[in-house]
Design a protein around this ligand. Structure first.
Ligand code: C2E
Ligand code: MG
Ligand code: MG
Ligand code: MG
Length: 282
């Protein structure tokens, strides 16, 4: 009996494995077409100042209009694109979309704002990335610092010297580096002061905890940021209590569903225009 059950499990395992591999192969295939057919759309989530509530910038977050599967969220395909290496093409394509959006907004006479784009740390392995960014700034006549980057720390640390060269190469464009999901990865504190980064993004998991208990790590991260002269953006603020606590602790910026979900470009700009002074007094 055990034997037949065991075999059943093996069989089930194989099926699950096969399905997973098939799904991966499908996504890999579809990604290639998707990039060519422009099936990706950037949504924009407002980042705001906690003290004097107004929108300071947008984070660009990709959505995939898949011809068969509808709207696909990034967590369903970004990790696969990372594995297959397609993330390079996808990110470069999305950086260009963000630059085009900034140009469209400028041409329409809207106030200039900053957009941060999430990119894989794989880009920080070649100086070609600096050239690409320079060209984007030129092609779209982007004001200094209007197109910035979000990156997680693990990849930067793997190749600290080259990463530093690349970040330094981007500096004349005003490109700021936002260290994403801070506090969840290796958080190799020893390297933090060596990296020419500008902003820490406090991971949502810390913000979630604020509602029920004090976590001394939050204070530690904020104080670390202060001593390194880095700004902090808190991710995933969902209620006024979190906002108030973060503000009291000295966190300057935030984003989250409490203020706005990621929005299509037009709605995002409307949001910015109607919330130049957000009517939130906490
Ligand atoms: P991330 O960069 O840490 O982005 C924050 C995620 O938290 C986004 O999920 C955002 O929609 C979500 N979020 C923001 N505020 C709240 C909130 O108040 N509550 C909750 N529950 N969630 C909130 P999203 O858009 O699904 O993106 C997931 C991840 O996919 C991103 O995490 C980023 O790592 C990656 N990603 C998104 N767009 C791109 C891209 O264009 N290129 C690359 N390489 N990665 C991307
Ligand atoms: Mg991000
Ligand atoms: Mg994040
Ligand atoms: Mg994240």
């Amino acid at each position: 009996e055990a034997k037949s059950r065991g075999r059943g499990q093996v069989c089930y395992f194989n099926n699950a494995m096969r399905k997973k591999l098939k799904r991966r192969a499908d996504i890999e295939n579809d990604l290639q077409h998707g990039i060519r057919n422009s099936e990706f759309e950037l949504f924009f989530q407002p980042i705001f100042s906690l003290n004097d509530p107004h929108v300071v910038s947008f984070e660009a977050l990709v959505r995939w209009h898949h011809p068969k599967n509808g709207l696909v969220p990034p967590n369903d395909f970004i990790p696969i694109a990372e594995q297959t290496g397609q993330i390079i093409d996808l990110d470069l394509h999305l950086l260009r979309s963000a630059a085009q959006q900034l140009k469209l907004w400028r041409q329409a006479g809207y106030p200039m704002t900053r957009v941060t784009v999430n990119v894989s740390s794989r880009h920080f392995a070649s100086l070609d990335f600096v050239t690409y960014m320079q060209q984007l700034y030129i092609d779209h006549q982007l004001p200094n610092g209007s197109l910035c980057l979000e990156i997680t720390e693990s990849g930067l640390i793997e190749n600290l010297k080259l990463a530093t060269q690349i970040i330094t190469g981007l500096a004349p464009l005003g490109v700021k580096l936002y260290l994403d999901d801070f506090g969840t990865g290796y958080s190799a504190l020893g390297y933090l002061h060596q990296l020419p980064i500008h902003v820490l993004k406090l991971d949502k998991s810390f913000v979630d905890q604020l509602t029920h208990k004090e976590n001394p790590l939050i204070d530690a991260i904020l104080s670390l940021a202060r001593s390194l002269d880095l700004n902090v953006v808190a991710e995933g603020i969902e209620n006024p209590k979190q906002w108030a606590l973060l503000k009291r602790k000295g966190c300057q910026f935030g984003q989250g569903f409490m203020v706005s979900k990621p929005l299509p470009a037009d709605e995002a700009m409307q949001f910015l225009l109607t919330h130049t002074e957000m009517a939130l007094s906490i």
